[in-house]
Ligand binder design. Structure first.
Ligand SMILES: C[S@@+](CC[C@H](N)C(=O)[O-])C[C@H]1O[C@@H](n2cnc3c(N)ncnc32)[C@H](O)[C@@H]1O
Length: 158
């Protein structure tokens, strides 16, 4: 899907997809990255919450959430997790984390840009997580214009 804003300029997809970076260097501290999402989830009353994580990278937060949401014990009928990741950024660790999450709920990756979140989600989100993401939008996704657009769009999809 084409970005409605300026495309990411200068985003080093090749370097950011290197296994050593995505799967190892940038893929730790899942508890730190997923803790607030897990806490927010505990305040959701929907029978089938929809979580969204923008920029999951190697999936550390996804793995953390899976470990916290024991199958059949989280109290929801189902939990859906949508991951929004830049096209062509691929991680083996994320694939594994998605498989883990699929044991406690459903998880899919949507390829696109945070700035276009208004057109990327199939249904409203209950929780949106974006750890270490905004500086990327600023640097490669339109500077303050991209940030302001994202901030204005978030309430429309929540
Ligand atoms: C610095 S990493 C942070 C990864 C992880 N969330 C964390 O806290 O460690 C930024 C992540 O956001 C993705 N990303 C960068 N710009 C993006 C954009 N405009 N829209 C969606 N994802 C983006 C990158 O590919 C990467 O997965």
């Amino acid at each position: 899907m084409a970005s409605t804003l300026a495309p990411l300029s200068g985003f080093a997809k090749e370097h950011k997809s290197v296994r050593g970076y995505l799967d190892t260097a940038a893929n730790s501290h899942g508890a730190e990255k997923g803790l607030l999402t897990h806490r927010a989830l505990q305040r959701i009353t929907s029978a089938r919450p929809h979580l969204v994580e923008i920029g999951p990278d190697g999936g550390a937060a996804v793995s953390f959430l899976s470990s916290r949401l024991q199958q059949g014990q989280h109290g929801f009928a189902e939990i859906d997790l949508t991951l929004i990741e830049v096209p062509d950024v691929a991680s083996g660790a994320l694939t594994q984390a998605i498989q883990e999450f699929n044991r406690v709920g459903t998880c899919e990756v949507v390829r696109g840009f945070a700035q276009d979140i208004g057109t990327l989600l199939e249904r409203q989100a209950d929780v949106i997580s974006a750890s270490a993401l905004l500086h990327e939008v600023y640097s490669y996704g339109g500077g303050y214009g991209g940030l302001h657009s994202l901030m204005r769009t978030l309430p429309t999809v929540l």
